[in-house]
Design a protein around this ligand. Structure first.
Ligand code: G4P
Length: 527
């Protein structure tokens, strides 16, 4: 195995940020880019309110996409490491996209608003991390506001999320009096000398017992801090890297993304403790990152990345080996080999052609309708990386075409839009309906708008009495039996997987009782 490959793997940190809307994900993303040297000044977040107001308007969203989507993956160098930060959509209706992005990372930054504590969306997202045992680093954000007491925040996180917390630093004051943090590992005080939001802040590192510390922090504050430190050491566990890597504990940092307090500390934590790319489960074996042969899987498909390139992009997370421009890759599901000349990487906001990429890196390749989420690419081996799921939608609508001559365009549009995975297309075993399933209302508005703009199809969606979806996992003979008995309830998804769409769970329970060998699943993984 090449030493170079091993070195490149150990350099990589591939992570995503999760949070409840408004906790500060966009702000911290921007600040990480600032500290990572990928941007020179921060401040783009200022216009976010206007953007938010327009989020339900897809046409507007499209206009903004040049920025918001091309930043779906941001790569930058920091402390001699190659950082790949994968963005996740903030809106709940796109949560499926977020869940799948989490399958492509090796660690996660969880941002909590310290004035609110753990919120619903954080909980859901953390559940996905737990399922995958993804290591999570926590930032208690907005310490510059009068929020909950630090110990109460830790308590709240442990109770709500069921993960043990290991405070890595401790805030000195909060709200207007937030002056810095005490590093519980090194025993140093990080005192914030400036308070700039657009540029990096000056920090003075001082010994807790020094005169400078007393002078800068204040005598009574230092006394209070010493008591708190003693209590924290007594009440919380020691940092244990193996438990962190198994997702059992989360190291917790306090800071303020807006004021750049603690941003560098968080980046340093990713360098120091976050894991580099690890092994990946495949159907037949485990794929190790340092294998010479390339493997990677598609975790996201995105249309309209750029108005100048009306293409769809498949995002591939590299799991093993080296990607070299012009190499031949096998699309394992179809068995087809192709030269990949035009793969791109995402350095901050620009698209660059990739010459070489390593495990943990994300490359984008143009997709002309043949690539699906969950597909594996290899150098010829018939290997299928697992763990990239589709989640059962909860809302179902039938597409209604206004111009009957546009049937073909509707089929193409729905099929292509659903390839991106934020909504799913279902077809009845008999009949010509197009049923769309999604996790959020907004998806239907988005699809209506995209059908019109991209496919010139005037269509809308009507409600249907179905709200439960379960994939049927069974052998072919049993599936045929079920099809004879329950034809009206059975559908094929866009990947020809059989599933039940029903108006309640009664039909599912009935089948489960009658056929113990049939598994009805809320999650479908590429087979
Ligand atoms: P999101 O992506 O998680 O939805 O959150 P975002 O970063 O957009 O932040 C939500 C709001 O919280 C923004 O304010 C942002 O400025 C603010 N914020 C983020 N981090 C901090 C922090 O450390 N301290 C304080 N005090 N505020 C923070 P907004 O009023 O919605 O937008 P804006 O008008 O300030 O741009």
């Amino acid at each position: 195995m090449s030493v170079k490959l091993k070195k490149e793997i150990s350099k990589r940190r591939t992570f995503a940020i999760i949070s409840h809307p408004d906790a500060g994900k966009t702000t911290i993303t921007e600040k990480l880019l600032l500290y990572g040297g990928a941007i020179q000044t921060a401040g783009a977040v200022k216009s976010k309110k206007a953007e938010r107001a327009a989020r339900s308007d897809f046409m507007e969203m499209e206009q903004k996409r040049g920025i918001s989507v091309s930043t779906a993956v941001m790569s930058f160098e920091y402390a001699e490491k190659a950082m790949n930060l994968l963005d996740t959509p903030g809106h709940n209706d796109f949560s499926e996209d977020t869940y799948r992005t989490l399958t492509a990372v090796d660690s996660v930054l969880m941002v909590i608003d310290s004035t609110k504590g753990v919120e619903t969306q954080t909980k859901k997202l953390l559940d996905v991390c737990k399922l995958k045992k993804t290591p999570v680093i926590t930032l208690m954000n907005k310490l510059d506001l009068e929020g909950m007491e630090p110990l109460d925040l830790i308590d709240n996180l442990e109770k709500e999320l069921g993960v043990e917390c290991v405070p890595m630093n401790w805030p000195i004051g909060k709200g207007k009096e937030f002056k810095g943090v005490y590093d519980l590992q090194s025993g140093e005080v990080h005192f914030y000398l400036s308070n700039r939001q657009d540029k990096m802040n000056d920090v003075q590192y001082i010994d807790l017992d020094s005169e400078d510390a007393v002078r800068l922090v204040g005598e009574s504050e230092i006394g209070k801090l010493r008591e708190e430190i003693e209590m924290v050491h007594e009440l919380t566990p020691e940092m244990d890297i193996e438990r962190f890597e198994r997702g059992e504990i989360t190291p917790v940092f306090f800071g303020s993304a807006l004021n750049n307090f603690g941003v560098q500390t968080v980046l340093d934590a990713f360098v120091r403790i976050a894991p580099s790319p690890g092994p990946r489960e495949a159907l037949s074996r485990v794929v190790m990152p340092d294998e010479e042969q390339f493997t990677g899987f598609v975790f996201k498909i995105q249309a309209n990345m750029d108005k100048n390139h009306r293409d769809r992009m498949a995002f591939i997370r590299i799991c093993s080996g080296v990607f070299n421009r012009g190499m031949t890759l096998r699309h394992v599901r179809t068995g087809k080999d192709s030269f990949v000349r035009n793969a791109i990487t995402f350095l901050a906001r620009t698209r660059n052609l990739v010459e070489t990429a390593y495990p943990g890196d994300i490359i984008g390749i143009p997709n002309h309708g043949t690539i699906r989420i969950g597909d594996t690419f290899s150098e010829g081996e018939d290997v299928q990386i697992t763990g990239v799921p589709n989640f059962a939608p909860e809302l179902f609508r039938r597409a209604r075409l206004r111009d009957p001559m546009k049937g073909k365009a509707l089929a193409k549009g729905l099929s292509q839009v659903c390839e991106e995975g934020a909504a799913q297309l279902f077809r009845p075993l008999s009949g010509s309906d197009y049923i769309i399933g999604a996790l959020g209302e907004l998806q239907f508005q988005v699809i209506t708008s995209r059908l019109m703009v991209e496919y010139r199809v005037d269509a809308d969606f009507e409600s249907i009495p179905r709200n439960v979806c379960r994939w049927v996992i069974a052998d072919d003979a049993t599936k045929q039996q079920l099809i004879k008995l329950y034809e009206r309830d059975l559908f094929y998804d866009n990947n020809q997987n059989l599933c039940i769409l029903s108006d309640n769970t009664f039909r599912c329970n009935q089948i489960a009782d009658k056929y113990p060998d049939v598994r009805l699943s809320k999650i479908m993984e590429q087979q």
